[in-house]
Design a protein around this ligand. Structure first.
Ligand code: URA
Length: 208
């Protein structure tokens, strides 16, 4: 950890970063989480997906996007023609933040200080993977990487100027698609797939 309370990654491989992040205490979230949930996927993936924080399932399994939002993401990626196994999937914050409700652990949104404390891990992942296309899933990832002024509602699906990758875009978080009336959800999922399809198109342009 540095003087500002941010993580200080030093490893030069994803496996090394993952080992270091296991012991991260840069913010208090490690105290109530089961484990650090680091990113996973090929170390030189051409697509990187960045979510918010691990949820209950991810916290228990130690892998990103394996719970209900992850299942929805998997289906949407497949529909957009993207192979999750070939992508690097991670989160802006690597520990589950939750509040108790009865016996359940309810997800709680990380605050600016927690996002900042964790940001060096995310930046280190990006620097090593060097994705060609990067997708921010939701406002937390977008604000961590694209600035606090970024508004997913206004700028979703549109590539933004960034030195993080050749193509960088943001869309909604898949967990937002698990709520709402069925008809609205269907339309929102279709918009989400369309945003992912933009990324798929950008990936194909590079491969061609
Ligand atoms: N939501 C996220 O942002 N990340 C996960 O890994 C799971 C749910």
């Amino acid at each position: 950890m540095d003087k500002t309370g941010r993580a200080r990654p030093s490893a030069s491989s994803i496996a090394g970063l993952r080992r270091e992040a296991k012991a991260c205490t840069a913010c208090p979230l490690y105290e109530n989480a089961t484990q650090t949930v680091f990113g996973e996927g090929p170390a030189r993936a051409s697509l990187m997906l960045v979510g918010e924080t691990p949820g209950d399932r991810e916290d228990l399994e130690g892998r990103p996007f394996v719970g209900p939002a992850g299942k929805l993401l998997d289906r949407a990626l497949a529909e957009a023609g993207i192979d999750r196994q070939a992508s690097y999937v991670t989160n802006a914050v690597k520990h589950f933040k939750w509040v108790p409700r009865g016996k359940r652990r309810i997800h709680s949104r990380p605050n600016a200080r927690e996002i900042q404390a964790c940001e060096p891990w995310l930046r280190a992942e990006i620097a090593l993977v060097k994705p060609d296309v990067l997708i921010c899933l939701g406002a937390t990832a977008a604000r961590s990487l694209l600035g606090r002024g970024f508004r997913v509602t206004r700028q979703r699906g549109v590539p933004v100027e960034s030195d993080l990758a050749r193509v960088v875009l943001a869309t909604v978080h898949p967990s937002s698609l698990l709520r709402g009336k069925p008809a609205e959800r269907k339309a929102e999922i279709a918009r989400f797939v369309a945003d992912l399809a933009q990324a798929a198109k950008a990936l194909r342009r590079r491969a061609a």
